[in-house]
Design a binder for this molecule. Structure first.
Ligand code: ATP
Length: 254
């Protein structure tokens, strides 16, 4: 059995207190084995982003436990949590968040600089090549297409060799062809390099690149699919979106 790269145990996250409080996550337990690609889907407001933020140590659960590579995040000080995020976790978002005044290679080097680490030129070239941008190292973001910018963001996320890569709608701002190229790259990182990827998406096609799709409904796990096609995923999502709660759902405990 593969060890779990990330594990959530009975994670709850409430925003606000008292009657006005919102339970964004409600006792969510999920395991993400090393070397797997998981998509997280669900209706708007179901808790997907909150789940990703808690799992990646960007937000703290109200209760429950989160471990990354066996390290319990909820007990870490802010300083240690920041260090763990910098050294062991990679992020790609819908917005590429590249610094416009820096070249592709300077953007990629940024996480190493921020961590006060040496910036080996060969490593920067290697990750840029990995995402197919070996010949664009000196280009600035405005000189690159959307897909190329997202690939720079991917290279930046990978430069520290993170244990887990989290994506929040990483293809949301791309046209479908470019989005598929980026998804194929993510798939390759799992298949060829044994990386672990957890990605929130609204797009069934994007989710079909994952090994497993976890569905959230009203802050709870409302089922999952393994190795499903985009059509099957879309149908399940439509069924879930039509529901107001878990009643009638084929809930799969994790
Ligand atoms: N900072 C916040 N303060 C108060 N409530 C919040 C906050 N962030 C999220 N929520 C609430 O928590 C619930 C889950 O939000 P979350 O953003 O995780 O959902 P989501 O599934 O990612 O939604 P979407 O698909 O629309 O992005 C929602 O009801 C939302 O309104």
């Amino acid at each position: 059995m593969k060890p779990n790269a990330v594990e959530l145990r009975a994670v709850s996250r409430r925003y606000g207190t008292g009657d006005g409080g919102v339970p964004a996550l409600d006792h969510v337990s999920l395991a993400f084995p090393t070397g797997t690609f998981t998509a997280v889907m669900g209706p708007s407001g179901s808790g997907k982003s909150t789940l990703l933020q808690c799992a990646a140590g960007l937000d703290r659960p109200t209760s429950g436990s989160v471990t990354v590579g066996g390290t319990e995040l909820t007990r870490l000080s802010e300083t240690k949590l920041t260090r763990l995020r910098r050294e062991r976790i990679g992020f790609v978002f819908q917005a590429f968040n590249l610094l416009p005044s820096l070249t592709a290679e300077q953007n990629v080097a940024l996480p190493l600089r921020l961590a006060g680490r040496r910036v080996p030129r060969a490593r920067i070239r290697e990750v840029l090549q990995q995402v197919g941008l070996g010949d664009r190292a000196k280009h600035r973001p405005t000189e690159l297409s959307g897909g190329q910018q997202q690939r720079v963001a991917l290279a930046r996320a990978l430069v520290t060799r993170p244990e887990v890569l989290f994506g929040d709608e990483p293809t949301g701002a791309l046209d479908s062809r470019t989005g598929r190229e980026v998804l194929a790259l993510l798939r390759g990182m799992v298949d060829d390099d044994g990386r672990t990827i957890i990605m929130v998406t609204h797009d069934p096609v994007a989710a079909s690149y994952a090994d497993r799709v976890v569905f959230l409904v009203d802050g709870r796990v409302g089922g999952e699919l393994t190795g499903a096609s985009a059509d099957v995923i879309a149908t399940r999502l439509t069924d879930l979106t039509g529901l107001t709660g878990l009643t009638g759902l084929e809930a799969v405990p994790c």
